[in-house]
Design a protein around this ligand. Structure first.
Ligand SMILES: Cc1ncc(COP(=O)(O)O)c(C=O)c1O
Length: 481
């Protein structure tokens, strides 16, 4: 007899209890677990090297694998001393809501396949538009992440160049369209231009200043020069929270340039946009309300589990113009209602998960203030980190933090810049191997630096001190005697 694919109600209850128990223990142990598990890829590959099972092995074996392999060998993203790449400790409530979304499996591509989840996404999108101050015509949708949001935004900007592009392709603008972003912008901007058929060379990288914020004077001069030379400035992408340093480009000055030059302004606030939740931090994003489109990723600093980004646009009609279609098999859905959208007609995706549910649910239960308090705490902790590092001999602080990210560099006297690069790499590896904390390296102006991004609601001041102690210890261990 083949196995039933279903679970009886009792089996479902029991499995939920067992998994709940296992995960609750995992979460409770996170603060003292190793952050980076350190298992060699070869070992991992071997551990899972088995033929596709013809008959299942049953649940007990899977639960053993979960307990013995998956939990211990996973990166400790939820650890209070994980300071990685814009991957927050996800709020556990949001993870639980994900189970509900999966069980219901609503398809938010179409209203008929997801009536209540569509209403929830609509409401959450409108909250985001209000937070950003985008005005009464604004709308948006939730995406898989920031890359998809920025690609969609740049498609809208491309379409706004003229209505022939959408139908006839890019021939009329090829080699002439230009998109301006700082030399610190995320790779998704270049990738989007590639996908949109405009080519990576359409990206004009504008110099950033000593704090890695885009130089508005250079931007203004470059756009004017390009226009005079017959090129077509298509969009400016300002970054509110750059990936290497978390720096926020000068949005008011950039918005002035976009208005004067009549260029689409996209703000990539994938990371920094979360600050809109905090009345204390939101002023750091002043000018964002003048954007034509915005990327904000709840799976970054809004502390949601992957994958959820969002695209907001000043004029909701642009989404319909960019993505609207009505195939015959979905025409029924389109005819049946006027009040709530079929999101497949506003987005790159057809079938869609009920992504907004976790954000909506967390805001329902905990409220904006709870999230804001966590972000404000991260900003306070980054000052603690900065003060400690600044007081340590041989460490340099690389920039003023605009949000909760600090880059720094070990630069002992008597060493060359190249030796310092190696030392910084070695410090990162040393701390990683110790399991005590995890943070990344990045490259600023060609030099290797250490990068700490505080993004866990579990991080305490003590965790910051523990991490700095581990860094100091690593610096001693790797220094030439
Ligand atoms: C500033 C910025 N924009 C966009 C993205 C892309 O987001 P995602 O990884 O969700 O596609 C990132 C990712 O780190 C980012 O840092």
């Amino acid at each position: 007899m083949t196995q039933s694919l279903d679970l009886t109600p009792d089996e479902f209850r029991r499995l939920s209890a067992v998994l709940g128990d296992m995960l609750a223990n995992y979460l409770a142990e996170l603060p003292e677990r190793r952050v980076y598990p350190g298992r060699h890829p070869e070992e991992l590959r071997k551990a899972f090297d088995e033929p596709l099972p013809e008959r299942g092995f049953g649940l007990a074996r899977l639960l053993d694998t979960l307990r013995d392999r998956v939990l211990p060998d996973s990166m400790g993203i939820g650890s209070p001393r994980y300071f990685g790449q814009f991957n927050p400790s996800p709020i556990p409530l949001a993870a639980q809501l994900e189970v509900v979304a999966s069980v219901l499996n609503q398809n938010t591509g179409s209203f008929l396949q997801s009536p209540v989840m569509t209403a929830i996404e609509d409401r959450t999108v409108l909250w985001f538009c209000e937070l950003a101050g985008l005005g009464p015509q604004a709308y948006g949708q939730f995406t898989s992440g920031g890359t998809a949001a920025t690609l969609s935004a740049l498609k809208i900007a491309r379409d706004r160049l003229g209505d022939s592009v959408r139908q006839r392709g890019v021939a009329s603008i090829l080699g002439r369209a230009r998109v301006y972003a700082s030399d610190q912008c995320h790779f998704s901007v270049a990738r989007s231009l590639d996908v949109l058929g405009l080519g990576r060379e359409a990206l004009v990288e504008i110099d950033s200043d000593a704090n890695y914020r885009m130089r508005a004077d250079v931007l203004a001069e470059r756009i004017a020069r390009d226009r005079a030379g017959g090129l077509m400035p298509m969009a400016i992408v300002a970054t509110a929270g750059t990936t290497p340093t978390g720096s926020c480009d000068p949005l008011p000055a950039i918005a002035d340039i976009a208005a004067a030059q009549r260029v689409h302004l996209h703000v990539d606030a994938a990371y920094g946009g979360a600050a809109l939740l905090s009345r204390a931090l939101a002023p750091r994003l002043r000018g964002i309300e003048r954007a034509d489109s915005i990327t904000i990723d709840p799976h970054k600093w809004m502390l949601m589990p992957n994958e959820i980004g969002s695209l907001l646009v000043k004029n909701g009609e642009w989404l319909k113009e960019a993505f609207g279609e009505t195939p015959s098999y979905l025409a029924d859905s389109a005819d049946r209602h006027q009040m709530l959208p079929d999101y497949y007609r506003l987005s790159l995706q057809g079938s869609r998960r009920a992504r907004a549910f976790r954000v909506w649910g967390v805001l329902q239960v905990l409220g904006r203030e709870a999230l804001a308090a966590a972000l404000e705490q991260h900003v306070a902790l980054i000052s603690v980190l900065r003060d400690r590092l600044a007081a340590m001999p041989d460490f340099e602080i690389c920039h003023e933090p605009d949000f909760a990210l600090q880059c720094f560099r070990f630069a002992p006297p008597g060493t060359t810049l190249e030796e310092q690069d190696d030392l910084n790499r070695a410090i990162q590896r040393h701390v990683e191997a110790s399991g005590e904390a995890w943070f990344a390296t990045t490259v600023l102006r060609g030099r290797k630096v250490l990068r700490i991004n505080i993004e866990s609601f579990r991080t305490t001041e003590q965790d910051v001190h523990r991490t700095v102690d581990a860094i100091a210890e690593a610096a001693r261990a790797v220094s030439p005697r």
